[in-house]
Ligand binder design. Structure first.
Ligand SMILES: NC(=O)c1ccc[n+]([C@@H]2O[C@H](COP(=O)([O-])OP(=O)(O)OC[C@H]3O[C@@H](n4cnc5c(N)ncnc54)[C@H](OP(=O)(O)O)[C@@H]3O)[C@@H](O)[C@H]2O)c1
Length: 286
């Protein structure tokens, strides 16, 4: 049994990580912004943290006085901390806030630091992925025993396709591009396995089904009970469209660049887990 600090504990993945740690008998210290929100069920049926957390660390990860001693008394750290849909600069959170947690972990001689990065993060030009990859490089170069997990897309992100299918039309940039998306619970198990193992290193990981984006869309239409209508959008319009969005919202354009890059490049990683996308969609529509 270890004492584990979880950063990003309230997110889709973080909630599954906390549940998995608790199930295995580890003691969890969870970093959260609001305890009441953390104790309620999360989005996409991610579990509530109530009953799984032994110690609450309520505060702001960008506040140095909060993060300074955050790792005091823990054996391991798992970080699923990062900006997805939150309105924040990824360099502030994915990079600098994770660095602050790492600094504290080094000061308190934590045994290992498991960090959730992103598949192909070193190739995607988006600011978001550069912030993550730069942190992963710093972690690797540090004296900390690192476990860097680079997942494909999460089932939670596939819900955008389900939402479009419900409205009756799914536009796709590259229908035959492939991805093996992963359920949060399957990925959490993989992360905790790596934490419990003795090896440092870096792992790419995805779910058990290799799907085309067209398969994802058809699965969504099936769950939504709608006749499939897929619009193949030419890749060449993505760049000018993102530039136009960037004039009004650089942050949205960067998120868009990340999403577009993920669609036009295959995202296939070694498979783990058992959960299937059709069941995940069915739970939301049935
Ligand atoms: N979603 C995907 O498909 C995908 C794929 C590959 C890698 N990843 C990476 O995996 C990690 C977890 O993803 P996820 O989908 O679980 O993300 P998520 O649901 O958005 O959770 C992110 C976590 O980071 C915290 N966070 C974000 N911005 C913050 C801010 N400004 N201040 C304080 N805390 C902040 C969130 O706190 P709040 O709950 O309080 O907002 C939450 O605990 C991320 O680093 C992401 O980049 C995601």
């Amino acid at each position: 049994m270890s004492r584990v600090l979880v950063a990003g504990a309230t997110g889709y993945l973080g909630r599954h990580v906390v549940a998995e740690l608790s199930r295995r008998g580890h003691r969890v210290r969870a970093i959260v912004r609001h305890r009441s929100r953390a104790e309620a069920p999360g989005a996409c049926s991610a579990p509530p943290l109530s009953g799984s957390v032994d110690e609450w660390a309520v505060g702001d990860v960008t506040d140095a006085s909060f993060t300074r001693d955050i790792a005091d008394g823990v054996d391991e750290v798992i970080s699923a901390l990062g900006v997805t849909r939150q309105k924040a600069d990824p360099w502030e959170i994915d990079n600098r806030a994770n660095l602050a947690v790492l600094d504290s972990s080094l000061r308190f001689a934590v045994r290992s630091f498991t960090y959730v990065g992103v598949l192909h993060g070193d190739r995607c030009p988006a600011r978001l992925t550069r912030a993550k990859t730069t942190f992963a490089q710093t972690l690797t170069a540090s004296p900390m025993s690192e476990r860097i997990i680079n997942p494909t897309g999460y089932f939670s992100d596939m819900l955008d396709v389900l939402a479009l299918a419900r409205r009756g039309l799914v536009p796709l940039l590259r229908p035959h591009g492939r991805i093996n998306p992963i359920h949060g619970a399957d990925l959490a198990r993989f992360c905790v396995d790596r934490m419990e193992g003795s090896d440092a290193g870096s792992w790419d990981v995805g779910g058990p089904q290799s799907l085309t984006w067209r398969d994802v869309a058809l699965t969504a239409f099936e769950a939504a009970g709608r006749h499939p209508r897929i619009l193949h959008v030419p890749e060449r319009i993505a760049a000018p469209a993102l530039r136009a969005v960037g004039l009004f919202s650089p942050r949205t354009a960067d998120l868009g660049e990340f999403a577009v890059w993920g669609m036009v490049h295959d995202a296939i990683a070694p498979a783990t887990g058992t959960r299937r996308l059709a069941d995940f969609f069915a739970e939301r529509t049935g």
